[in-house]
Design a binder for this molecule. Structure first.
Ligand SMILES: NC(=O)c1ccc[n+]([C@@H]2O[C@H](COP(=O)([O-])OP(=O)(O)OC[C@H]3O[C@@H](n4cnc5c(N)ncnc54)[C@H](O)[C@@H]3O)[C@@H](O)[C@H]2O)c1
Length: 354
């Protein structure tokens, strides 16, 4: 196990894809195959990809993170030049959070660890998953059961790359963005509530504070042993269940998990009804988002289905309880151990399950 004393990656904002800052000659580029398949589009990106001696395109998504598929991808990686990597070479990962999680894990085990460079290509990855050193593979229907802590040496935030992301994929970052805005220490969620324009129009303003807030939490408790880093799981308890059950994107699932956690915080008396209404209003007006339970198409599954999935949550302790993140105020999360039964009962009360 490599223990890192510093989880703070060097975050570099740039107007172009990086050509320096890591040793290129022997590095390996792992990238989302969408960048190879879009014929004729983004020639500059394609030319940049071709400058790498070793590279491999992979499909994004949870299948890439599925442990079942890992031997196949790892073998391909080794054949494509992964075996020639050595400690001082870099694995450069260009893609969203799924590529980052897969690539981060590979970087941590290949030759017992090579340098990791992340170039997030989705907003979710740029504001959240590329930072903080967690990676992960899924096992069966359960998310991130296998993984290591392995921070990237550098994270390049490339403006034209993120500007080119279609709106519907940009919107998938709302879950993690709102999460950080609610539990973090900066002002940006309050700004969002005051802003007149839709959130999509001022995403760049959120990005820096969101990243800073994440490092502020991670650096206090990098290995998640102090009951500090767990605040970043806000919205994830129900979120992961929804993601596995319905196959919704991670970001959308987390946002729905936040609606659940917020309503439960009100029920428990932690969060005022007034602030809850203000938050719901901001999410509806600026992001066009509402709890799925209020929407006509939502079909609540049976409670036992959720119960079984919650039992697989890796954050559950030996007594079968989970550290659940509630909210008291903006910037004031509150964690409490709750039983799986209590979560299911609350999910039933709110209409997430029947
Ligand atoms: N390690 C962590 O700390 C952490 C934190 C949050 C989420 N995650 C993980 O991240 C994953 C979700 O991340 P994601 O939403 O970025 O997933 P993703 O990698 O699946 O990307 C989402 C979609 O966007 C496409 N895409 C990527 N870049 C694009 C671009 N520039 N233009 C157009 N389309 C593009 C992908 O092909 C895919 O279809 C989940 O697996 C989640 O568990 C990890």
């Amino acid at each position: 196990v490599r223990l890192f004393s510093n989880f703070q990656s060097q975050v570099i904002f740039s107007n172009e894809l990086p050509r320096e800052g890591f040793e290129r000659a022997g590095s390996f580029l792992l990238y989302d195959e969408i960048f190879a398949s879009k014929d004729g589009e983004n020639q500059e990106l394609k030319a940049w990809i071709q400058e790498f001696k070793y590279s491999m395109a992979v499909p994004s998504g949870e299948d890439l993170k599925d442990f079942k598929n890992f031997p196949k991808y790892l073998e391909l990686f080794i054949k494509k030049g992964g075996e020639s990597l050595s400690r001082n070479h870099s694995l450069v990962v260009l893609g969203g959070g799924s590529l980052g999680d897969f690539g981060g894990f590979v970087a941590s085990i290949i030759k017992r660890g090579v340098n990791l460079i992340q170039i997030p290509s989705t907003w979710l990855a740029a504001m959240d998953s590329a930072h903080g050193g967690k990676n992960g593979l899924n096992y069966g229907q359960l998310k991130n059961q296998l993984g290591t802590f392995y921070p990237a040496e550098k994270v390049f935030i490339v403006r034209p790359l993120l500007d080119s992301v279609p709106d519907e994929i940009k919107e998938q970052s709302y879950g993690e963005l709102v999460k950080m805005g609610l539990v973090g220490s900066s002002q940006y969620f309050k700004d969002l509530m005051l802003e007149q324009r839709p959130a999509l129009e001022f995403m760049w303003r959120f990005l820096g504070p969101c990243i800073e807030d994440k490092y502020a939490v991670v650096l206090q408790d990098p290995y998640e042993t102090q009951e500090v880093r767990q605040v970043l799981n806000f919205g994830h308890t129900l979120g992961h269940v929804l993601e596995a059950h319905f196959g919704w994107s991670h970001g959308d699932s987390v946002l729905q998990g936040l609606f659940f956690a917020l309503a439960w915080s009100v029920e428990k008396g932690f969060l005022s009804k007034h602030l809850h209404q203000q938050i719901l209003k901001a999410l509806s007006e600026k992001m066009d988002r509402a709890p799925a339970t209020a929407l006509a198409w939502y079909r609540p599954p049976a409670a036992r289905v959720f119960h079984k999935k919650l039992l697989g949550d890796k954050k559950r302790d030996a007594s079968g309880e989970l550290l659940f993140v509630f909210l008291k105020n903006i910037g004031q999360p509150h964690m409490e151990r709750v039983s799986v039964d209590a979560i299911v009962a609350e999910a039933q009360r709110q209409g997430w399950v029947r």
